[in-house]
Design a protein around this ligand. Structure first.
Ligand code: SAM
Length: 274
């Protein structure tokens, strides 16, 4: 049996299996194990931990995660990678389960089966944001997430009030989790290289994450406020109560969305729910 350390380089395995990246599935691979090992270190997972990985592809990040001793459940939509992932699984017996599925539809509560689980992924660009929102606001609460996004999306996740990248995604993400960019990855780190640079964001869900009803109100308020971000709240929030809503949250209706803190948005959402 081949051990993890004896597996051939990923580039060779991809060639041996005749695999080319598919753009429609956001396939940009990390073939350099130094990079994938760094991501596994940033994820801080180890022996016996459960990791859910979306989009293992040829398995570079999967291999680094398995090297830590973690158990990995990998959800992949593209069946072409199954033989390669089987070879990887054989080198780490009992540690890798691959589910051929669309991660947007995956039931992580069922996958984790009551165990705490980390999510670690070099996310496909086209579904990165909806997947993040699902993990932030859905029924499954990960212990932590270590996720590669396009840099521009990573900046929108961690943006502070006043920044041009501050918007709905920052408010929802930071209301639900602590978020930090922990690594930059230039486009040339990927095969094939995408048009833009990427970054890894580490998110730790807050124990006091807003309840579902408050989150729904937060989605409504932020959609309206940032839908017309140049306007004063009295105008952008008009259909939700405008001045009266601001008054009940103790917020000056002459302010603009980008100046409000996460807590102030939560105050508006709570007022909307009342
Ligand atoms: N983890 C690999 C790496 O770092 O080299 C591949 C990352 S690549 C950016 C994204 C992967 O996600 C691809 O393998 C792609 O087939 C897969 N993928 C795309 N959409 C998906 C979906 N909806 N559900 C599950 N996997 C998906």
């Amino acid at each position: 049996m081949t051990a993890l350390a004896e597996l051939p380089p990923l580039r060779e395995s991809l060639e041996a299996h005749g695999l080319l990246a598919r753009k429609s599935l956001g396939q940009h691979f990390l073939l350099d194990l130094n990079i994938t090992r760094k991501i596994a270190r940033l994820a801080a997972v180890g022996d016996g931990d459960l990791v859910i990985e979306v989009g293992p592809g040829p398995g570079g990040l999967t291999r680094a995660l398995l090297e830590t001793g973690a158990e990995v459940v990998a959800i992949e939509k593209d069946a072409r990678f199954l033989p390669l992932l089987e070879e990887l699984g054989a080198a780490a017996p009992g540690k890798l389960r691959v589910e051929l599925a669309d991660a947007l539809r995956a039931d992580e509560v069922e996958i984790a089966a009551g165990r705490p689980a980390n999510i670690v992924s070099n996310l496909p660009y086209n579904v990165g944001t909806p997947l993040l929102v699902k993990w932030l606001t859905g029924p499954f609460q990960p212990a932590a997430m270590t996720l590669m996004f396009q840099k521009e999306v990573a900046q929108r996740i961690v943006a502070a009030p006043g920044a041009s990248a501050y918007g709905r995604l920052a408010v929802i993400a930071q209301a639900c989790a602590q978020a930090q960019i922990v690594m930059d990855a230039p486009a040339r780190a990927f095969t094939p290289p995408p048009k833009v640079d990427s970054a890894v964001v580490r998110l730790t869900p807050r124990a006091d994450r807003p309840a579902p009803a408050l989150l729904e109100a937060l989605q409504t308020v932020t959609a309206a406020a940032f839908g017309q971000r140049r306007k004063m709240l009295r105008s952008s929030l008009k259909t939700l109560g405008g001045e009266a809503l601001c008054a009940s949250a103790g917020i000056d209706p002459a302010r603009r969305a980008e100046t409000l803190s996460i807590a102030e948005f939560q105050g508006l959402a709570a007022a909307l729910g009342r």
